[in-house]
Design a protein around this ligand. Structure first.
Ligand SMILES: Cc1cc2nc3c(=O)[nH]c(=O)nc-3n(C[C@H](O)[C@H](O)[C@H](O)COP(=O)(O)OP(=O)(O)OC[C@H]3O[C@@H](n4cnc5c(N)ncnc54)[C@H](O)[C@@H]3O)c2cc1C
Ligand code: HEM
Length: 400
């Protein structure tokens, strides 16, 4: 390894407390020195401004085990083609990262520290740009897709059918990132809610998050005939091919979409394994898509589905309690493949419970858990200052 990770970690400890301010400085530096790059980023940066910066610092700090990161960085580099990130932008981003660190480190910044950070950033940038350059010729940076169907499935949930203009490769269990011209440059991940279809159409289930930029547009405004952009399929919460083990899938809310894709794949391949699905919703009204559940039950002999929706008024906590009871009632989950999908806090909480109930960590799969979820947007600069926040960076399961 060309750089010393201990030097990097020690230097970051000095500035970590001011990560928010560093992120602001980083973007100000990037955009003032490279005004053309501003156009690639969303207009509204209050919530997202720390995505790239947080990722950068988080990745550098984790570079001690680069072999764990190679697959993730490769996917990130290929995915960055949709942001129109070109190789010549990478040195600019690196320079702004170093400038931000140097500014906030004051006298503790030394040539040795600068060398270590520069070398670490160079390793990351090389893997990302190398992977982007190796994308097979003809692979688009993003896929245009027409909204060809729209169904209000629950009060705050729409099921959108998307028809990509060209074949869109994916595996059931993966997610795509989506962007609408109604909210330019804002990309968000959504699970693909179907196995591959003969007409290549895709389904996504979107819940409106209060104050959410893209989910509000998708649930309230986006209509059939509109075009959306899709980034390449991501995620590794796919079925373990040929596994002889029984499968438990626990889905909360729109997490049902991901589970549905897995079940459709099992049905299409006539996979003989036993499958138990626990399907949780906040209320009966939110327990949407039961017709699709019925269709899958008719196709799969060895599928059992438990629905958990609490009494009116019990809300999410009531749903969580029902799921916990259902899982604990079964007793022992050792030897099961387990898939968890749903709101960001579902997977970590249920994984802990399932470990206690015998589940094996290596057999549990779920999507990355974003660390920035559920943070109130600070209203004033003093809120930003007083509100201690973790160094946020994308927490993908690929990172181990
Ligand atoms: C791998 C992955 C797969 C996902 N799949 C789906 C899916 O299939 N269907 C779906 O509806 N959503 C899914 N999401 C969530 C989705 O990507 C967006 O985060 C969500 O739609 C909110 O985006 P927004 O632009 O509307 O909100 P933003 O403008 O980003 O956020 C507004 C506010 O809501 C909070 N917030 C953001 N996301 C959530 C959330 N999920 N729950 C509660 N509060 C939140 C933010 O912290 C912020 O305070 C998935 C997320 C990940 C990481
Ligand atoms: C080693 C360098 C880089 C790393 C590690 C990195 C990492 C990341 C990560 C993890 C995200 C969040 C992704 C997501 O939310 O799906 C992101 C977002 C983004 N990155 Fe990069 N990136 C790098 C370089 C670049 C470069 C050179 C550009 C070119 C302009 C760029 C442009 C963007 C844009 C536009 C976003 C979206 C920001 C937002 O949603 O607010 N990145 N980056």
């Amino acid at each position: 390894m060309p750089f010393d990770p201990a030097v990097i970690r020690a230097s970051f400890a000095v500035v970590e407390r001011r990560a928010d301010h560093m992120a602001k400085y980083f973007y100000a530096h990037l955009f003032s020195h490279n005004p053309e790059v501003r156009a690639y980023f969303p207009a509204e940066m209050a919530e997202q401004r720390d995505r790239l910066f947080g990722a950068l610092t988080g990745l550098v700090l984790r570079l001690e085990s680069p072999e764990q990161l190679t697959g993730y960085l490769g996917a990130l580099g290929r995915d960055h083609r949709k942001f129109q990130a070109a190789p010549e932008h990478y040195p600019a981003v690196g320079a702004s990262l170093i400038a931000a660190l140097r500014h906030f480190s004051g006298h503790s910044w030394t040539p040795e520290i600068e060398k270590a950070w520069t070398e670490a950033y160079t390793v990351i940038a090389q893997v990302m740009t190398g992977a982007a350059a190796e994308v097979p010729p003809g692979t688009p940076a993003w896929w245009e897709a027409e909204v060809t169907g729209r169904r209000r499935a629950a009060p705050d949930v729409v099921v959108l059918t998307l028809t990509p203009m060209r074949p869109y490769p994916f595996l059931p269990g993966q997610y795509l990132t989506l962007s609408s011209p109604r909210v330019p440059k804002v990309w968000r991940p959504y699970s693909i809610a179907n196995a591959p279809r003969p007409d290549d159409s895709l389904e996504v289930h979107v819940r409106r998050v209060p104050g959410g930029l893209l989910s509000t547009a998708l649930v309230e405004d986006v209509m059939p005939g509109e075009l959306l952009r899709l980034g390449p399929a991501l995620g590794d919460a796919v079925l373990d091919p040929g596994s002889p083990r029984p499968l438990l899938a626990v889905a909360g809310g729109t997490g049902w979409g991901q589970t549905k894709a897995l079940l459709e794949q099992l049905a299409a391949t006539r996979d003989p394994r036993h499958v138990t699905v626990v399907l949780a919703a906040r209320s009966d009204a939110d327990q949407y898509d039961l017709a699709a559940v019925e269709r899958l039950l008719a196709r799969c002999d060895r599928l059992e589905v438990l629905t958990a929706s609490p009494a009116p008024g019990a809300g999410r906590d009531g749903a969580t309690a029902l799921v916990r009871d259902a899982l604990a009632g079964q007793g022992d989950w050792s030897g099961w493949d387990i898939h968890l999908s749903g709101p960001p806090d579902l997977a970590p909480a249920l994984a802990d419970l399932l470990f206690d109930l015998g589940a094996e960590p290596d057999l549990i799969r779920h999507d990355p858990v974003p660390e920035t979820f559920n943070r109130a947007r600070p209203l004033t600069s003093s809120d930003w200052f007083l509100d201690r926040r973790d160094v946020p960076w994308i927490n993908r399961t690929e990172l181990g």
